[in-house]
Design a protein around this ligand. Sequence first.
Ligand SMILES: [Zn+2]
Length: 184
Amino acid sequence: MWRLASAPLRPFPSDPMPVQKILHYPHPILKTICRPVTVMDDEIANLVTDLIDTMRAGPGSVGVAAPQIGVSLRVCVVDVSQSKLGRDNNHGLLVMVNPEILSREGAAIMREGCMSVPDYTGDVERATAISVSFTDGEGIPQSVEASGFEAVAIQHEMDHLDGFLFLDRIVSLKTGLFRRKNYR
Ligand SMILES: [Zn+2]
C-alpha cells in the first residue's frame, strides 16, 4: 500500500472492516517474487476483498499489494479516484490479478510513500503512461491505458509483486530519501 507523501491524513473509517495487518520492511515476503494466480477461486475472492478493505482503511492510500498483507501472489488493487492528484484521470477501482505492463512511455519523478515503509518517503522515477493487462476480480481479462498519478500507483503496486519497494528505486539515496515525521 502506498500513499502520496503530501496526501491529507484521514482518520480510520468508523465502520469495522476486515483490515489486514501491513507487513513492514525488511519483512522477507516483501522481497519475494510473488507466484502467479492459476485459479480464480474463493481464496482469491477473499484476498481481493481483504486488499480492498485494507486499502480503504489506509490513510490516503491508493493501492495495496498481496505481499503487503503476507500473501505471495500476483494480486494488487489500485484506486486513485479519491486522491487529489488522481481524481480527474482514473479508472476507479482496479483489481489486478497477474498484471503485466505491455508498454510504457515518458518519465517523471514523484515523491512516493508506502505503508510497508512507514518512516520514509522518497523520490522515484516512473513512466508517465502505461498500458497494462490483467485479469479482473471477476476473472475477466482486461487491459487499461493509465497515465499520470494512476500510472505511477499501478507501477508502485506491481513492483511489490516482484519484491521491489520504492526504496529500491530512489533516484538518489543522498537527496531523494526523506524521513517521515507523521505517518498517521
Ligand atoms: Zn507500497
